[in-house]
Design a protein around this ligand. Structure first.
Ligand SMILES: *[C@@H]1O[C@H](CO)[C@@H](O)[C@H](O)[C@H]1NC(C)=O
Ligand SMILES: *[C@@H]1O[C@H](CO)[C@@H](O)[C@H](O)[C@H]1NC(C)=O
Ligand SMILES: *[C@@H]1O[C@H](CO)[C@@H](O)[C@H](O)[C@H]1NC(C)=O
Ligand SMILES: *[C@@H]1O[C@H](CO)[C@@H](O)[C@H](O)[C@H]1NC(C)=O
Ligand SMILES: *[C@@H]1O[C@H](CO)[C@@H](O)[C@H](O)[C@H]1NC(C)=O
Ligand SMILES: *[C@@H]1O[C@H](CO)[C@@H](O)[C@H](O)[C@H]1NC(C)=O
Ligand SMILES: *[C@@H]1O[C@H](CO)[C@@H](O)[C@H](O)[C@H]1NC(C)=O
Ligand SMILES: *[C@@H]1O[C@H](CO)[C@@H](O)[C@H](O)[C@H]1NC(C)=O
Ligand SMILES: *[C@@H]1O[C@H](CO)[C@@H](O)[C@H](O)[C@H]1NC(C)=O
Ligand SMILES: *[C@@H]1O[C@H](CO)[C@@H](O)[C@H](O)[C@H]1NC(C)=O
Ligand SMILES: *[C@@H]1O[C@H](CO)[C@@H](O)[C@H](O)[C@H]1NC(C)=O
Ligand SMILES: *[C@@H]1O[C@H](CO)[C@@H](O)[C@H](O)[C@H]1NC(C)=O
Length: 684
């Protein structure tokens, strides 16, 4: 789980990791009543003010309330209502910013505190809870100040997301009351913290939560033994720590309370079955993505009956899936991610071997990038809670079962790069939560069902500006390659099939659609005149079809459009112009239209002859077809694109990102976003 999206998490009504909220990883909250005597201990007020002096930036209102006598009323400060001492300092940056690469970066944001962690905090002798996470408090040497190790009463220490460098001070081992230690660095923005010896951890007998994700622990061979000396541990996050192996033998596992273990993005390179963690049968969340683990699923998997999340993507597992009926007792499973391994087997056999008890629980099934064969079975519709189904890049054959239309929770359906044939079932139009339908690169025939126009494509009531923030992080003119997150980009990709017939006009009612790719099919007829109603469209690719007739001038209504390709069709007439159309593909605009010998006017070099009936004709035409109600509906929907889904994506995918990142070179079907360009130009 992400350390940075907790705030968002609470906004999201579904909780895929219920154990996160059952107190397991929640810090203690020291409520306090201000009323009464008021005031605070003067020495502590002085210490806080001295801390404030170490903060060099002020562009946040975080410390604005830090004035007046009663420091217990200052924002982020809590005092004990019994003793009046400051016991809690909660100065987490609530508003982490994404940097140019789309990752969280404490030092890129305006809302972060900059400066240093002042030694004056040592005067807060009763401090139990210190949260300075996601701020840019690097001091002069960018290291975790050793003095933190002297705050002897701390139970909760959160310095996550502060991009420190250098050695993690072993003085932290002096914090013998510590229950929560979070030094984790959010993906890819971490500094270069390291440790060559973590034996000091064993001096923290009450530790329940440990995150050192992103801290280089390379060369520490006995790390499982060290952790095994801390029985209260419930959560261990050691993702991207350059750990060399996890196959140490632990004759006696004391970690009987362990619920979450995230070891993704290390370099284990041994067999999956030899991992020590298979003994931790209390686990609810096991994430091992991107570790070069090979071999088979061990039989012990069958004993992990509490498992909700099983993430082993981007490894080299060669199992013939479910041979030993491994999953038979795993009734709590909600997420199965085995993407990008070398697993073989019949998809039908797999689906049938998933226990009955998971059918109403499973939310995500990602088996993409393996070698699954066979046809998609009808029983897929029994998995009624499925939200993400990804079976891309396998060897599946046969039709897309119409029963998929029963999976009304689906937000993402990815079946691309298989050998599916037959036609697209109109039942898919019933998937009203869908935000991404990607069935490109198959052998699908028949026409595009008009029912796809019924897709609502993402829930409504979302603020598009947050989506904008996420997508605006790109540099102008670059095609950002998103992993994971982009699955929720509102998109329909049917390219590279053998679809025939006309583009159904109904599809133009998909006012929230951002990406439509129908390229490389055999579609004929005209581009629907109403295409201008698709107000959210950012990328439109109709290239390599047999489309004829004129290009509707309503295209110039698409004010979000930043990429278009109409090449290699049989389009004719004058190319429409408009402020937005004129800035598309500036490098070589004629490439948009190349391979359509009948087109004339700029940017192609052929002149249109004589009078110009096209503009008037089409204007009239589009006026006739213009339905204000549809337009309004479209406008609203258009602005209301899937923020919810994007954060859902983060929720699901953050930990997977590491794996995806390492996979990056391998994945040949990358998703390109053009949105970025658009939002970036907006931002200027
Ligand atoms: C530490 O803070 C980050 C956000 O700033 C949060 O996501 C994370 O859950 C916190 N860690 C703990 C143990 O509460
Ligand atoms: C502090 O006050 C709150 C609310 O009045 C109360 O619930 C809590 O028990 C008190 N804590 C202590 C340590 O007295
Ligand atoms: C921070 O803001 C306060 C009042 O808003 C001002 O008095 C103080 O000088 C500012 N400090 C810095 C470092 O800008
Ligand atoms: C987060 O930042 C945005 C813009 O930078 C601002 O509008 C919003 O109020 C901030 N939220 C919080 C909780 O500070
Ligand atoms: C803190 O730990 C260091 C080494 O880890 C040790 O040398 C020092 O004596 C400890 N300080 C206190 C106050 O316990
Ligand atoms: C971790 O440290 C080792 C040894 O210092 C080094 O070889 C390795 O490159 C580091 N890993 C990362 C990801 O920086
Ligand atoms: C653990 O795996 C490493 C490879 O990562 C291997 O060299 C070593 O022999 C294995 N150790 C055991 C005990 O299996
Ligand atoms: C699973 O657990 C049972 C009972 O705890 C035990 O007898 C069995 O050996 C375990 N199976 C494996 C493969 O570890
Ligand atoms: C996939 O499996 C089939 C047989 O099940 C085999 O013939 C083929 O070589 C495998 N492909 C890959 C890429 O492993
Ligand atoms: C699935 O949908 C079909 C119609 O497409 C319907 O007849 C059938 O009853 C549905 N099955 C379930 C289990 O909901
Ligand atoms: C789909 O492919 C299978 C062979 O894989 C073939 O038997 C079947 O007739 C094809 N169906 C259609 C509709 O083309
Ligand atoms: C549309 O799909 C084709 C084939 O899959 C791909 O080459 C092209 O880049 C896609 N266009 C866009 C805009 O993503």
């Amino acid at each position: 789980m992400s350390r940075t999206t907790n705030l968002l998490l609470t906004l999201i009504t579904i909780s895929i990791f219920p154990f996160v909220t059952n107190g397991a990883v929640q810090p203690q909250h020291h409520q306090h009543a201000h009323g009464g005597g008021g005031g605070c201990i003067p020495a502590e007020r002085a210490a806080l003010l001295s801390f404030k002096e170490g903060i060099t930036s002020n562009n946040t209102d975080l410390l604005a309330s830090w004035q007046g006598q009663d420091c217990c009323r200052w924002r982020g400060v809590s005092c004990s209502n019994r003793t009046g001492h400051v016991i809690k300092l909660h100065l987490r940056n609530p508003n982490v910013t994404l940097n140019a690469y789309g990752y969280y970066d404490a030092c890129a944001g305006a809302s972060a505190l900059f400066g240093k962690i002042s030694p004056s905090l040592l005067s807060l002798k009763h401090l139990e809870h210190l949260d300075l996470s996601m701020n840019c408090l690097l001091g002069t040497n960018s290291q975790i100040p050793h003095l933190v190790g002297s705050m002897a009463n701390l139970r909760y220490l959160n310095l996550s997301g502060i991009p420190f460098n250098g050695r993690v001070p072993s003085q932290l081992g002096n914090l013998s009351k510590l229950q929560y230690l979070d030094l984790g660095q959010p993906d890819y923005c971490y500094g270069t913290m390291y440790s060559t010896d973590i034996n000091w951890l064993a001096k923290l007998p009450f530790l329940q939560f440990l995150s050192m994700s992103g801290v280089n622990l390379s060369g520490i061979a006995d790390w499982p033994h060290t952790l095994n000396m801390i029985p209260p541990l419930r959560v261990i996050e050691l993702s991207s720590c350059s750990l060399d192996s996890a196959n140490q033998s632990l004759p006696h596992l004391t970690l009987t309370k362990l619920e979450k273990l995230d070891l993704s993005g290390n370099y284990f390179e041994h067999s999956l079955g030899s991992g020590w963690f298979w003994k931790a049968t209390s686990l609810k969340y096991l994430e091992l993505g991107g570790n070069k683990l090979f071999g088979h699923f061990p039989d012990t998997l069958g004993n992990m009956t509490y498992l909700q999340v099983l993430g082993i993507s981007s490894n080299e597992i060669t199992d013939r899936m479910m041979k030993g009926n491994h999953l038979k007792n795993l009734c709590s499973l909600e997420i199965i991610d085995l993407a990008y391994n070398k697993i073989t087997g019949d998809i039908e056999v797999l689906m049938e071997s998933l226990p009955q008890c998971t059918r109403t629980k499973l939310q995500k099934l990602d088996l993409s990038g393996n070698n699954f064969t066979g046809t998609l079975p009808n029983i897929i519709s029994d998995f009624s809670k499925l939200s993400i189904l990804s079976l891309s890049n396998n060897n599946l054959v046969g039709p897309i079962p119409p029963q998929l239309g029963n999976l009304t929770c689906l937000t993402s359906l990815e079946l691309y790069s298989n050998h599916l044939n037959g036609s697209i079932p109109p039942e898919l139009g019933a998937l009203t939560s869908l935000t991404s339908l990607d069935i490109r690169r198959n052998d699908l025939t028949g026409s595009i069902p008009a029912e796809l126009g019924n897709l609502r494509l993402g829930p409504t009531g979302i603020k598009a500006d947050r989506l904008g923030q996420i997508l605006s992080v790109n540099t102008k003119g670059q095609q950002l390659i998103y992993h994971g997150t982009l699955a929720y980009f509102v998109s329909i990709d049917l390219s590279c099939n053998s679809l025939t017939g006309e583009i159904p006009t109904d599809i133009t009612s998909l006012a929230a659609l951002m990406n439509l790719n129908l390229s490389s099919n055999q579609l004929s007829g005209q581009i629907p005149n109403m295409i201008g109603a698709m107000q959210s469209l950012v990328s439109l690719d109709l290239s390599q079809n047999k489309l004829s007739g004129e290009i509707p001038s309503s295209l110039s209504n698409l004010t979000s459009l930043s990429y278009m390709d109409l090449s290699y069709n049989s389009l004719s007439g004058r190319i429409p112009s408009g402020p937005q159309l004129d800035i598309l593909n500036l490098d070589n605009q004629s490439l948009i239209y190349i391979g359509n010998s009948g087109l004339c006017g700029p940017p192609v070099h052929k002149n249109c002859s004589g009078n110009d009936p096209f503009i008037h004709g089409d204007l009239r035409c589009s006026n006739e077809e213009f339905d204000p109600l549809t337009f309004y509906f479209g406008l609203v929907l258009g602005f209301v694109v899937g923020l919810w889904m994007v954060f859902c994506a983060l929720l699901f995918k953050k930990t997977w990102r590491i794996a995806y990142f390492r996979l990056f070179d391998k994945v040949y079907d990358q998703v390109y976003v053009f949105v970025a360009v658009k939002w970036a130009s907006f931002a200027e």
